[in-house]
Design a binder for this molecule. Sequence first.
Ligand code: AGP
Length: 609
Amino acid sequence: MCGIIGYIGPKSIVPVLVEGLKKLEYRGYDSAGVAVVDGGTVQIRRVLGKIAVLEESLRADPLQGVYGLGHTRWATHGRPSERNAHPHIDCTGELVIVHNGIIENYLGLKKRLREEGHAFRTETDTEVIAHLIEKHFRGDLAAAVRAAIAELEGAFAIAALSSRDPRKIVVAKHGPPAVVGVGEGETIVSSDINPILGHTSKVVFLEDGDMAVIDAGGAAFTDFQGAKVEKKVETIGWNPLMIEKHGFKHFMLKEIFEQPEVIRDTIMGRVSLDEGEVLLDEVGLSAETLASVRKAVIIACGTSYHAGLAGQLFFETWARIPTTVEYASEFRYRDFLLEKDTLVVVVSQSGETADTLAALRACKPRAAAVVAVTNVVSSSIAREAQGVLYTHAGPEIGVAATKTFTAQMTALALLGLYLGQTKGALEKKALLEILEEFQRLPHKVERVLSQAKAIEDLAQRFVHFSHFLYLGRWVSFPAALEGALKLKEISYIHAEAYAGGEMKHGPIALIDEKMPTLAVVPRDRVYEKMLSNIAEIKARAGFIIAVAGAGDAEIGRHVDVVIPVPDAHPLLSPFLSVVPLQLFAYDIAARRGADVDQPRNLAKSVTVE
Ligand code: AGP
């Protein structure tokens, strides 16, 4: 899930590319590179590692140019190395491309191109694209790109330039995202809006099958056959300041502390306490579609899947709709059965996750409707779903999702209440109580955040442990899963989450003094059951940290350490219990000196399978 960027305009090209790549780095950080053209000469600089390494190399030995391309890599084909870093070139070195995606038929193409005399320098799939364009180049770069992409199988967002058709960048999209920023006298293409925000808020989102030909005059849009296509210019409400750290050491910590605001912003304008109503007409589900819904399927990956598990409980309890939750990467390859009375909800922070997008496409012709819960305006999933419920979390830069998990739970709760309200499954009084509880939630999260120092001191005692168990039951199970994922992702410590009742069926064998347990134990319908699971662990000398209700005078007798969180409506407790788990993971990773915002081997948006 690489990041590509290109720019034509009056600004000095190298700083534009480097600053842009910094804003794309969360998409992949195995290697990076830029290519700039100056007076007909293409100059390239590639490095192994992060943008900072590239920046240092360019400071030591600057490049001059008037326009160019840049790339930050998440390696799929060919190990991370300077040689496999993008941009890639053709045999002449005059044609350059950057690519995000996977070319599935690259081996066959490479063999054929080799037989035709092309010399390959790298192990990558991407390099075949440069040689294919070279093969078809007759002076018109756009025509050559069209001919080349006609031979490609797989996913690609590419940008190409050639010193033999100067002052032009040609972009083609099939799968991974590509956005064109149309500024005053300047045009910038990128994998997402973050690098564009510093130049313009006017953007065009390319669809699959779109191309953009960019020159000093701006961008012209065509399809893959060269026919002109009309594109809508959208204005983005996010601003560049939103992607700054504002004094926090890491984006992840800043984003954890943004959660009270994120809940307020995601509820904003969608709840009327006076009427005791949820206002979600924006989702665009007609009355008859809503009436026809008898079942729901929530589909997602990673953290979004965990939010989906909480959504399942919201839908079943408040809307009385049987709901299942599916891993998109599994669901899309199953011979799944989907009846016409099923509402499909796809959840994705980035709105670009390939497996979730594919599951959406597979469900659309068969479901009552497909609704997307996503954080990125006009992302592919938002554009292709039949209804969209945006989470208003603002840009999330830390690769480990935190505030978007909370925003997704907020959106899914609103959707569950809305379905309950419209289907008459939820009494007005009960609905109002929950809405009032929701209004109190941001302040309660602030109270949890005020314990950050105490949680940091606690985490310090566990920096050297190599295994952790997370436990939760019912609505706390998704929070436990999320806590374990955060610790795994950013500290590289092995952590497993289990539903408390499952312990006896195997995982309890893991318990010893080297395997601490984090148990999420609010006073709810499974409290007593959790106490028994805790007793089973204590019986085997396990050390237990409990995230429990502040008013709970009992729990302290059963565990070693208690992290108190304010009591809340039983179904809203994960909004509070997940915060100490996020902080605990953050503190351990930060103390271990891990790269918290850009953990190894990960990327913020998984745009290939
Ligand atoms: C979470 O911290 C990870 N970044 C990852 O599991 C993520 O949730 C998953 O890739 C899904 O991404 P999405 O929400 O953008 O679809």
